[in-house]
Design a protein around this ligand. Structure first.
Ligand code: ADP
Length: 461
């Protein structure tokens, strides 16, 4: 996949995620607004009905009062007098109706609103209500009680200022149609209104946020995998180039050597033939080593490494492997010390793999040493197994490099010493094999001073 395509996908995907989030947000806001409107409408319906109810009760009260008075006398003069009073009463009640409200009205109002809200409007929500008088600029009734004023009215209104009934939007003028001098307001306040409105929307909002996050996570992970795969395929290409190059040299040399042997003047000279045979053998061995490395890679690629555990004496094994590698070290005037300190050297492990990893570690120790190599290979006892360590006086590694050396194909960029070729596979193979045996591999290293690799293997894997 080309870089451009990946970037295009990232842009498209981001746009899609942002777009769908915006749409979801838009819908949530819209449905919240709708809910709010329905809620408000219902509250105003209730308020209107409550107001009507209050007014009609007040009016019928006045009539009853009048009737009672009318019934109580038969004297025409007194009756006239009474009729005048009733009218006065009615006028009074018109202009000053708020004061006609008594506690029965308040209770009836409360009951009515409770029932209306719950049964007819479907709003089963705690509320506060009050009747506000414009004359005194304070509540006449609130929370079902008449407000008793202490001192001036200003102080009473400040006492409960913050509880919301003062500034509630659910406020309806009463007596406004009766051309009154000072009307009042019937007010309703819902302390839990916001929570009520969000109640159904919140789970939707939260789950949509969660889903979006899930998409984002999967997307980020996919992009990460794409980049990783891309890098891996680049590395594999490098590896193939590298490998072809590594094979080409010995093949060319062998071809040259055989051509030379075929030459009439050489084929009769036994010494020369032997020299060329030696070259062919050496190059052949070099190729074999390369093949071995590739096979090792194939081993790590397999998810499970199949071990063939047998009883092996690690001291013997280390000795054999180290002696094989010693030639190379000696050819550079170096020394390879072998210290077989383990008293219990027999473990159950896969012989071929263990030989390979010891050889890899010694190879690296030699490869990554600029000076005259001084390599120490040591075996020692450990609590539940055995330890093999390989110490060198080589170039060492930085802390940053140490984090990666066990990764497949990783090579320290500046690690090449006198044209050492490698595939970056040796240590990842070591780690894979040690892990398969249930062991551990540690490394201590300092730039310019040298490194020490320690492998712990349990007695039984
Ligand atoms: P390769 O040797 O084929 O590059 P390895 O997996 O064996 O791959 O090693 C990975 C890298 O770790 C090497 O490229 C090298 O830079 C670094 N390294 C390994 N062993 C040593 C060592 N003994 N001293 C310094 N650097 C080392």
């Amino acid at each position: 996949m080309s870089r451009k395509a990946i970037i295009a996908i990232i842009i498209l995907m981001s746009a899609a995620v942002i777009g769908s989030s915006a749409i979801q947000l838009f819908w949530v806001r819209k449905s919240l607004a709708l809910k709010e409107k329905t809620f408000d409408d219902r509250i105003f319906i209730t308020l209107n009905m409550a107001k009507e109810k209050l007014l009609s009760e007040l009016q019928s009260d006045i009539k009853i009062k009048g009737l009672e008075k009318k019934l109580s006398t038969k004297d025409p003069i007194i009756r006239k007098q009474l009729e005048y009073e009733i009218r006065k009463d009615e006028v009074l009640s018109d202009t000053n109706s708020l004061e006609n409200i008594n506690s029965d009205h308040v209770e009836a109002l409360d009951n009515f609103m409770k029932k209306e809200l719950r049964d007819n409007q479907g709003i089963d929500l705690e509320y506060e209500y009050g009747i506000y008088s414009n004359k005194t600029n304070s509540f006449l009734i609130r929370d079902g009680h008449f407000v008793v004023e202490f001192g001036n009215s200003g102080s009473t209104s400040t006492i409960k200022e913050e509880d919301g009934l003062e500034s509630t939007p659910y406020s309806l003028p009463i007596f406004e149609d009766l051309s009154v001098v000072e009307p009042g307001y019937l007010k309703l306040y819902f302390p839990k209104r916001t929570r009520y409105l969000w109640q159904n929307l919140l789970p939707i909002l939260i789950s949509s946020i969660l889903f979006t996050l899930m998409i984002l996570f999967c997307f980020a992970y996919t992009v990460y995998i794409i980049f990783k795969q891309k890098k891996l395929s680049e590395i594999k290409n490098d590896f193939i180039n590298n490998m072809t190059h590594e094979f080409k040299t010995p093949i060319a040399t062998i071809s040259l050597a055989t051509d030379s042997i075929g030459n009439a003047s050489i084929i009769s000279n036994e010494d020369k033939v032997r020299r060329f045979l030696g070259i062919i053998k050496a190059e052949n061995k070099r190729m074999l080593n390369q093949v071995e490395k590739v096979l090792q890679m194939a081993q790590i690629d397999k998810q499970e490494i199949t071990l063939k555990p047998v009883k092996i004496d690690i001291n013997d094994l280390v000795k054999t492997v180290a002696e094989n590698s010693a030639l190379k070290v000696q050819s550079r005037d170096g020394v390879l010390d072998i210290r077989l300190n383990a008293k219990f050297p027999v473990i159950e492990a896969d012989q071929t793999h263990i030989s390979n990893i010891i050889a890899n570690l010694i190879d690296n120790a030699e490869k990554y040493t600029k000076e005259i190599p001084h390599i120490e290979v040591e075996t020692s006892d450990d609590k539940d197994g055995i330890k093999i360590s390989v110490r060198d006086n080589g170039i060492g590694m930085s802390k940053e490099a140490l984090k990666h050396i066990f990764e497949k194909f990783y090579r320290v960029p500046t690690g090449n010493v006198h044209d050492v070729k490698g595939f970056g596979l040796g240590l990842s193979y070591v780690k894979a094999i040690v892990d398969a045996h249930g062991g551990r591999v540690y490394v201590k290293s300092e730039l310019g001073k040298g490194s020490i690799f320690t492998v712990f293997l349990p007695f039984k894997s």
